[in-house]
Design a protein around this ligand. Sequence first.
Ligand code: UDP
Length: 266
Amino acid sequence: MWHFLHPFIEIYDGLIFTLADYVQVGLGASNIFILPPAIDPLSPKNVELSPEVIAQTLSPYGMNLNHPLIVQVSRLDRAKNPWGVIDAYRLVKREVPWVQLALVASMAHDDPDTRKYFQRIADYAGGDCDVYLLTNLVGVGNVEVNAFQRVAAVVVQNSVREGFGLSVSEALWKERPVVAGNVGGIPLQIIYGKTGYLVNTVQECANRIVYLLQHPQVAERMGRAGKEYVRQNFLVTRYLRDYLKILNRLSGQVESVEEGLEYRPS
Ligand code: UDP
């Protein structure tokens, strides 16, 4: 695939990658920039919502908002490992019997694969009435995703493979503690013990969720730190600033951009 893309890529003045690890060999080292994506805090998915709007938005879905809710927002596929989230939830439920789980997932109307995954995951949940498997097909759009992320006691992003993981930034922005897989761009966003927890196994994931449910002050402190971290690093304002720096550098206005933004092969 990379071999096929190479001639098309070579004609550009600059190349931007999300992570230095994603830079492919054979590109040369000049004019390559590392620029993680960002979220728009004013978009319907991230804008502030009042408790009344959250309650109203989520009322059709039937969960008890007085009981803790674990939320994962992701596509339904292997990379996001929704099965592992259900396993972790089951372990958590032994300690916190009233916990609930919402798997919020986008489904393409015409994609038989996502329908197949939906059915498999629904079967795996096995009719547990505290597990909610919700999709855009039942009206879950951007505002609903926003509300689910805001109401979550803990947000999970149990990926085993990841690009950047924008849904992690979205959850951090909403001051939620996040327990997430240690893959792709997630470690850029989760500082262990400060903005959330990175986990490698279902057991670890469950342990961290239980800990956060039992230590609401820690969860609150992490939420605040997470929002501040996103404010400094993963908002569109930072993205725009970095883009302008890259354009200045490519047009010869400045000779270099700071360490980190310009790719240096290790
Ligand atoms: N998303 C959504 N509804 C869903 C599932 C995902 O709006 O049901 C959004 C999520 O909020 C995020 C994006 O899709 O903005 C997923 O981006 P991410 O980088 O986390 O994962 P990707 O799917 O690109 O691998």
